[in-house]
Each structure stands twice: as C-alpha cells, then as structure tokens.
Design a protein around this ligand. Structure first.
Ligand code: THU
Length: 130
C-alpha cells in the first residue's frame, strides 16, 4: 500500500466531532515501515491533536526517529496544508528535501518538501551561543 493510501485509510478513524474535518497522515520511517495517525479532537478544543502529530508519535514509540516520506489527506477544497506546529514537528525528524504529498479526498495532489513547507526553521544551530 502506498503512503497516501495508508493516510487515506486511517483518516476514516479520525475523531473530529467538533470540526467535522477528518485528517489522515502517514510517515515512512527509515526502516521503510509506515506509521499513520489521525486528528483527535477534544471538547476542550485546544487539547485536540493533529493527524501528523499522531503519526510522528507512533513512529517514535516504535523506536524510529527519521522520516523519509510524508502524506497528509483531508476532504479539503485544495490539498490540505499542515499547520505551522506540524511543520515544525515534521522538520524535527526529516531533511529539507524529504518529500511530502498533500492531498484531497477527491484526488488532487500537491507534491512538496519539508524544507519548502518551513523555510527558515528554528533548529539546533540557533542555540549555539547557549
Ligand atoms: N488538522 C490536522 O490534523 N492536520 C492538519 O494538517 C491541519 C488541521 C486538524 C486539527 C483539527 O482537528 C481539524 O483539523 C481542524 O483544524
């Protein structure tokens, strides 16, 4: 199954009773294993978590810390863009050129990279004076 198919399939399990906006995400670890996640909302709205965060947590829990590919899908008019926080979370475990596929459930795709999603990101080099 492709990474995007994994994201599409897991999206069905998203818990989004408040926004009604179901998101599925999948990341591939360096081992080749696919880890998937969904958004999990909460009645205390800020406590909700994004699909990307769920996929990353599953990968790290399995003992992997390197993302080689990302896919995110939602029923959005244009391919769903990860939120700012998720861009930083993805960047923690990916390279600038790590491919990212953003998709709609209708079949539209946008292929980009982690670096293009978050230019000028905060990283370890910014803490060199500490
Ligand atoms: N959401 C994600 O899970 N990932 C994204 O990239 C964008 C937004 C979720 C958070 C919330 O549950 C819902 O979509 C509406 O913002």
């Amino acid at each position: 199954m492709s990474l995007l198919d994994s994201a599409r399939q897991v999206r069905e399990n998203a818990y989004a009773p408040y926004s009604k906006f179901k998101v599925g995400a999948a990341v591939r670890g360096a081992s080749g294993t696919i880890y998937s996640g969904v958004n999990v909302e909460n009645v205390a709205y800020p406590e909700g978590t994004c699909a990307e965060a769920g996929a990353i947590a599953a990968m790290v829990a399995a003992g992997e810390t390197e993302i080689t590919e990302v896919a995110v899908i939602a029923d959005s008019p244009t391919p769903v863009p990860p939120c700012g926080g998720c861009r930083q979370k993805l960047a923690e475990f990916a390279r600038h050129d790590t491919p990212v596929t953003l998709a709609t459930t209708e079949g539209e795709r946008l292929d980009t990279t982690v670096g293009d999603l978050l230019p000028g990101r905060f990283d370890m080099s910014h803490m060199e004076n500490t």
